[in-house]
Each structure stands twice: as C-alpha cells, then as structure tokens.
Design a protein around this ligand. Structure first.
Ligand code: NAD
Length: 390
C-alpha cells in the first residue's frame, strides 16, 4: 500500500498540502495518508476532519513522513525533513527551484526525488495541476481587495444628492493569471481599469473584462511570448519606450497592481521612484512580484513602504492570506498530480519518468539534480542520477 505523508508547514505558511476532501480521494485510491497533528488548523481543517476523511494523525513531522512514499508540502521543507524520509521517496511541493541552490543540492543529495510544482508544463493535460494558476488567481483577487480596503476613497462612481464621487482608476501591470483576476475584481468594485503586458495575446482578454489595454505594440511586442506561454525578457530599447508610456499613464492612477514576472529571471522593474513621485498622495501600489525582486522601486518584501504619501505594498504570500481557498485548490492540484504516480493494481509508487509532466517537474532523482536549468546554476552536469533506478 502506498503511504502519503503531510508534515506541518513553517510558521509563516498558513496553507497545507492536503485537505480532508483530497485525503478522501487518495484513500479511496488505496493510499494510506498520515497528517501531522494540527497541520491544517490555519486553513481551518482539524485533526478530526482529517481522521474522518480516513487519514492517520502523527504527533511529529518525522512520524508523518518516515514511512511515506510520497510527502506533500506547500513550501520547500527543512533539510532535516528530507533526511528523515525514505530514499527514493518523492517530495512534492512548491520547492522554489531557483532559490538557494546550495540547499536544493543538499536536499537532492538525501536521495529523495524532488518535484517542484511551479515547473508544471503548461499543457492542457496539466491544467488541473497548475499551482501557479490556482494560487496567482487568489493573489490577484486579494491584491485588489487589500488595496481597496487601504484606499482612503471609494472605488465605484457614486451619484448622490450631495454630489458625485468619481470612480477610482486602477492600473494592472502584467496580465497573466493574477493580473486577469485583479482586473476582474477591480471591475466588480466599479473602478476604471487599464492594463498592460508585453504579450499581445492578452489584449483581447483585457478588453473582454471591460478594461483598456495600454502597451508599446512594436515588432518586439509581437514576439514577446515564448512557446510555453510566458513573457520573454524585453530589450533595453523596448523597456525605455515602455517606461515612457507608463510614466505618462501612472501619474493619473489611484491604484497600481503589478504582477509582471519572467520565469527564472528577476522581476522586470516597471515603476521607478520618479514615477512614484509623480503619483497623487494617497495612491497605492501593490507589488505582487516583490518575492522575485519586485516590479516597483522602493517595494520592500513583507512591508508597506511609504514615499511622498504613496503606499507601496510588498506583502508576501497573498494566497496564504486566503488559506482556506488556497489550500483547497492547491491540494486538488497535488492530488491530480499524485494520482497517476500510483500504480492502480499494486497500489505502489510507480513514477513514469518519461512522462512529460514528470520530466517537467522533477528536479532531483537518485541523489542528483536532473533538471538541466537548475543543474547549470549549480555547476553540476545533472541529468544522470547516481547509481541504479531509485
Ligand atoms: P507570469 O506570472 O509568468 O507573469 C505575469 C504576467 O507578466 C504575464 O502575463 C507576462 O506576460 C507579464 N510580463 C512579463 N514581463 C513584463 C513586462 N516587462 N511588462 C509587462 N508585463 C510583463 O504569467 P502567468 O500568470 O503564469 O501566465 C502566463 C500565461 O500562461 C498566461 O497567458 C496564462 O493564461 C497562461 N497559462 C496557461 C496554462 C495552461 O495552459 N496550462 C496554465 C496557466 C496559465
């Protein structure tokens, strides 16, 4: 019988990798699931809820993972946790594969197979496993709600006997999953919304949500999308033209939500200090890219910075501030990923290493890094696991 273990997350992570709903599904598939006591509490899932769904409760993280063939986490766990896992067992979570390479290498050397959900290929079969989408969507929503709550004026236009309250102007930079949800949320709150991106494909999506698209639409723009659906890093010449356009636009905005990311690269700097200084006091910037260096100058991770009366929100882990939904969706992503890893007849771990989804997400196997991009960063040659098949 395949064993699945779920340890508790760190203090700053309210989400959890499995919910009672997904435990039930995995138990039905023949898995034995063990959850660390109290691990779901910050998402309002009690030990009793997990037990009712068919899970066993472990007193410690070590006990939760020691016999597991698969360990499910939200974040990259401490090295000690991987060391207490069985060799060849799979550790699956959002392992932040481009951060702290030395620690990642040490995790790989424990002999545990590492799978990073952020590397999920963007193919239709993997849509239900796409953690970036499920979490970014919530982040986009929460960014607007946080900004609206902190904004000292109303968002919708209101016509009252005492006069008209003008609608607030919201500008969304980067129209991926988070940006689209930010546009939709701001529109629902009655704001006048504009948005920008470097990928031409989003132009129609922006219009369909009732917002106006603004961008430098030159030849480079026409080719800014990679085959994987992500943005390319733009040239200096493009960035200069873009900055001129944005500078003119930003000074009239009340709320700016920035979400622009480029896979494996620092976030592009889109809002300069001078642009912030051109904004009206009381304006708000929410920088969702702050964990990757930020789109706005002056944005500080985990803080609300203030400059000339403009607040710059650099709050971390916005999906974690709606943990009930974030955990539910994340756990469904994990369950969809784990299901094909279990042999239907023998109920054992049966990873098809040739599968595109497995290949895309696997970063370590048999004590070695197997993802070429990460191996290159580490200066190891990667791709060949040590010894036999784990
Ligand atoms: P992301 O988080 O990587 O980036 C956010 C946005 O920032 C992107 O739209 C990107 O184009 C934009 N951006 C990057 N550099 C910029 C710059 N200099 N200026 C302005 N904007 C910039 O993106 P994401 O949310 O992961 O989505 C990327 C695409 O993948 C979207 O089209 C999304 O719909 C698609 N997607 C596909 C699948 C699937 O097929 N399985 C799943 C999820 C998302």
């Amino acid at each position: 019988m395949i064993a699945i273990g779920v340890p508790a997350e760190g203090e700053d992570e309210p989400r959890i990798g499995l919910t009672p709903e997904t435990v039930k599904k995995l138990v039905k598939q023949g898995a034995k699931v063990t959850v660390r006591s109290g691990a779901g509490l910050r998402s309002h899932f009690s030990d009793a809820d997990y037990q009712e769904a068919g899970a066993a409760i472990a007193k410690t993280d070590k006990e939760a993972v020691a016999d597991a063939d698969i360990v499910l986490t939200v974040r990259r766990p401490p090295l000690a946790l991987a060391k207490s896992m069985k060799k060849g067992a799979a550790l699956i979570g959002m392992l932040d594969p481009f951060a702290d390479a030395a620690n990642l290498d040490a995790l790989a050397k424990t002999g545990v197979s590492l799978f990073s959900m952020e590397l999920m290929p963007r193919i239709s079969r993997a849509q239900s496993m796409d953690v970036l989408s499920s979490q970014s969507n919530l982040a986009g929503y929460k960014a607007v709600v946080d900004a609206a709550a902190a904004f000292e004026r109303a968002l919708p236009m209101m016509m009252t006997a005492a006069g008209t309250v003008p609608a607030a102007k919201v500008f969304v930079m980067g129209v991926g999953v988070a940006g689209l949800q930010a546009i939709a949320t701001a529109r629902r709150l009655g704001a006048i919304v504009t948005a920008t991106d470097v990928r031409p494909a989003v132009k129609e999506q922006v219009a369909s949500l009732g917002a106006k698209f603004i961008a430098v639409e030159d030849e480079e723009f026409k080719q800014a999308e990679t085959a994987g659906g992500y943005a390319k890093e733009m040239s200096d010449a493009y960035r200069k033209k873009q900055a001129e356009l944005i500078a003119e636009h930003v000074k009239n905005q009340d709320i700016v939500i920035t979400t622009a990311l480029i896979p494996g690269r620092p976030a592009p700097k889109l809002i300069s200090k001078a642009m912030i200084e051109s904004m009206k006091p009381g304006s708000i910037i929410v920088d969702l890219a702050v964990e990757r260096g930020g789109n706005a100058e002056l944005a500080k991770p985990g803080e609300i910075a203030m400059h000339n009366g403009v607040r710059i929100f650099g709050l971390l882990n916005l999906p974690g501030s709606v943990p009930v939904n974030a955990s539910s969706l994340y756990a469904r992503n994990l369950q969809a990923f784990v299901e094909p890893l279990i042999d239907k007849e023998n109920k054992t771990l049966a990873i098809n290493w040739d599968d595109e989804i497995v290949k895309g997400t696997a970063i370590a196997r048999g004590g070695a890094i197997v993802n070429a991009m990460i191996a290159e960063r580490l200066g190891t040659n990667g791709t060949k696991p040590k010894g036999g098949k784990p």
